[in-house]
Design a protein around this ligand. Structure first.
Ligand SMILES: *[C@@H]1O[C@H](CO)[C@@H](O)[C@H](O)[C@H]1NC(C)=O
Length: 273
């Protein structure tokens, strides 16, 4: 057992003890020890482009989380790039792949065929993607807290590129399995949801909510609770191709993953190829 593992166990014991009202000072000392010895929560994200085509990664921080060093960058096929996570506090954010990007020679504006963030630049600067887009969503526990990270792949806003989010290193509690949508939903996309490029290929698949805007497909209004908004014939198409991804807003049971003690999260685009 490594020192890190021992401290991880102490920290888990600390969490259990918290429920039994152990003095906060002792827990604080445990947490400081834990942080000082580097047994932190995940400290970085590694992005890999396993697609045959380039992608332009987008990164958006949650409203109460600080931005990362880069909010958008180019990733060539087979390339890997890393972003550090903040060294304190919990952090949440979203990552996605943009495709078919180019700079307009007349205006100098950068834009993408899918998941464009609308800045006219490779950096997304706090702006989210235009759907349809496959989202990788991550919430990291604060470093040293011994808490759990949450992560998922979501097709709630549609699909453009297959994505996998996998914890790596460490690995204490939670099941730490990869969250993934490795299948090509574009190939299975119902005709009425397809986004077709000028070349004729299907480049993205809309959510039924985006295509029809109905309360039933969007899980709003009278369908605004998990009990009243179940799967639909459209969400089932997504689910059959990607069983471990969110296929509609309340698809939590099979779509949310947890892990504690991972040192990094690997976000891979086109993980199946
Ligand atoms: C889903 O059901 C609606 C109406 O019930 C129908 O119009 C639509 O074609 C169906 N779509 C798919 C993909 O099965």
């Amino acid at each position: 057992m490594t020192v890190a593992h021992l401290l991880l166990q102490l920290s888990v014991a600390g969490n259990a003890a918290r429920n039994r009202m152990v003095p906060p000072a002792i827990l604080l000392i445990l947490q400081l020890l834990f942080a000082a010895l580097g047994a932190d929560g995940a400290s970085s994200f590694t992005f890999t482009n396993a697609c045959q085509h380039p992608v332009w990664v987008g990164a958006l921080h949650g409203a109460s989380s600080p931005p990362l060093a880069r909010s958008g960058f180019y990733l060539a096929p087979s390339a890997t790039s890393r972003l550090d996570a903040p060294s304190s506090g919990s952090w949440s954010g979203t990552f996605w792949a943009r495709t078919g990007c180019a700079v307009d020679s007349a205006t100098g504006r950068f834009s993408c065929a899918t998941a464009d963030c609308g800045t006219g630049d490779v950096a997304c600067e706090g702006r989210g993607p235009a759907p349809p887009v496959t989202l990788a969503e991550v919430t990291l526990a604060a470093p040293g807290s011994g808490g759990q990270d949450f992560y998922d792949v979501s097709l709630v806003d549609g699909f453009n590129v297959p994505v996998r989010v996998a914890p790596s290193g460490g690995g204490g509690g939670g099941d730490c399995r990869p969250a993934s949508c490795a299948g090509d939903v574009n190939a299975m996309c119902p005709a009425d949801l397809r986004v077709v490029a000028a070349s004729g290929g299907v480049v993205a698949c809309k959510s039924a909510c985006a295509a029809y805007g109905s309360a039933r497909y969007c899980c709003t209004g009278q369908y605004g609770t998990p009990a009243t908004c179940g799967p639909t014939n459209y969400s089932q198409v997504f689910k059959s191709t990607c069983p471990a991804a969110y296929s509609y807003a309340y698809d939590d049971a099979s779509s949310t993953f947890t892990c504690s003690g991972a040192t990094s999260y690997d976000v891979t685009f086109c993980p199946g190829s």
